[in-house]
Design a protein around this ligand. Structure first.
Ligand code: NAD
Ligand code: AHE
Ligand code: ZN
Length: 372
């Protein structure tokens, strides 16, 4: 057992409580990791706020971390003590039907136990100081100084890479960038609209710029987000609130000579925007991707006429084959081929982790890094 500090989500809607917890040793096929840094993604807030149908309490949230292997369980072969790793909320077992398909990155091996907050053997490794069990979150629980993950949920990365930066490749950057590169596979010269300019949306812009899109429309209702969007490669900006009475899709049609964009990507998590994003694409051959996660029970309404002629897809973790591709992204960052540092606007110590959530709500934060 290790005793260390964690930010515990005791109840939905409540601030996280930084307290002592114990972390059990890794069992067969598991690895215990000393987490050094973690980012805070909107999905952590989504679950903390009680909107996630899979949200469990008390739990240890966090899924954008990086750390060092502290110990390994029986039968672990791909990792050793001292390896640098990024925990993965989408594992890659390299064995299941889905890992063997080029059409998806959603490994099916441990999804059922991950979704109910326990390790694959059905038990958690976390306890509070009174011995009460705490749930895991997304198979990662990076808001703890030590976490236990299945071996298949860890990407081994270059030891030279700074952990306080590459933790962001555990979710937001990989998701937005990957949705463009892996999921939509946009072509040179395409026109693209990115809705929502948080970490995920900016990463989608980075992907569109890398793919040599000819027009990249960055959409947000917070005009403070536009300067950074332009730094990432946006060619045009749109604040729909400035033109009341018109839907976002109408405005995007106006900005594209009445034809719509080739591709659109929703990075907010609002069904109405997902619909508007879809309707912003060309009725003849446009394609739209949903990244944002909407609250439990919310659905998107579209008529068959609206869907005809367009393609619609969703993307989880940017369609990234996690254990294979996260190390490649780390190397891309080390070579200067992708931006990471430019996403970081705030840094906090673990004791102040709630301030990272406040900064997100204030609209000034892209990504906050929490030092564990
Ligand atoms: P964020 O809070 O940092 O950014 C959201 C952005 O949306 C903000 O800039 C905000 O101003 C903007 N916004 C809010 N309302 C808007 C509106 N009406 N019109 C236009 N813009 C609006 O969030 P994030 O961390 O970048 O995550 C974005 C979404 O993606 C969340 O729903 C998150 O849960 C989801 N997500 C999904 C995946 C996945 O794998 N599918 C991965 C990471 C995050
Ligand atoms: N309960 C879900 C959270 C909601 C969700 O859809 N999560 C996205 C990733 S968001 C990352 O910020 C997802 O793709 N999850 C993978 C899956 O298999 O649902 C959860 O993941 O626990
Ligand atoms: Zn995330």
């Amino acid at each position: 057992m290790i005793t260390c500090k964690a930010a515990v989500a005791e109840e939905a809607k409540k601030e996280l409580v930084v307290k002592e917890v114990t972390v059990g040793p890794p069992q067969a096929g598991e690895v215990r990791v000393k987490i050094l840094y973690t980012g805070v993604c909107h999905t952590d807030e989504y679950t903390r706020s009680g909107l996630d149908p899979e949200g469990l309490f008390p739990s240890i949230l966090g899924h954008e971390g990086a750390g060092i292997v502290e110990s390994i369980g029986e039968g672990v072969t791909s990792l050793e003590v001292g390896d640098h790793v990024v925990p993965l909320y989408i594992p890659q077992c390299r064995d299941c039907e889905f890992c063997n398909s080029s059409k998806t990155n959603l490994c099916g091996k441990i999804r059922s136990t991950q979704g109910i907050g326990v390790m694959p053997d059905g038990t958690p490794r976390f306890k509070d100081k009174d011995g009460n069990e705490l749930y895991h979150f997304m198979g990662t629980s990076t808001f703890c100084q030590y976490t236990v993950c299945p071996e298949i949920s860890l990407a081994k990365v270059n030891k030279e890479a700074p952990l306080d930066k590459i933790c962001l490749l555990g979710c937001g950057i990989t998701t937005g960038y990957g949705a463009v590169i892996n999921t939509l596979k946009i072509e040179e010269g395409s026109t693209v609209a990115v809705i929502g300019l948080g970490g995920v949306g900016l990463a989608a812009i980075m992907g569109a710029h890398k793919s040599k899109a000819s027009k990249i429309i960055a959409v947000d209702i917070n005009p403070g987000k536009f300067e950074r969007a332009i730094l990432f490669g946006a060619t045009d900006t749109l604040n729909p609130l400035e033109q009341k009475g018109k839907e976002m899709s109408e405005l995007i049609f106006e900005m594209t000579d009445g034809v719509g964009v080739d591709y659109s990507i929703e990075c907010v998590g609002t069904p109405h925007l997902m619909k508007q994003s879809f309707l912003s694409t060309k009725p003849n051959g446009g394609a739209s991707c949903v990244i944002g996660v909407a609250a439990a029970g919310q659905t998107i309404d579209l008529s068959s006429e609206e869907v005809m002629g367009r393609e619609w897809t969703g993307s989880a973790f940017g369609g990234t084959k996690s254990r294979d591709q996260v190390p490649e992204l780390v190397d891309d960052y080390m070579k200067g081929d992708i931006k990471v540092d430019e996403f970081i606007t705030h840094n906090f110590p673990l004791d102040d982790i709630n301030d990272a959530f406040h900064a997100m709500h204030e609209g000034k934060c892209i990504r906050a890094i929490v030092k564990m």
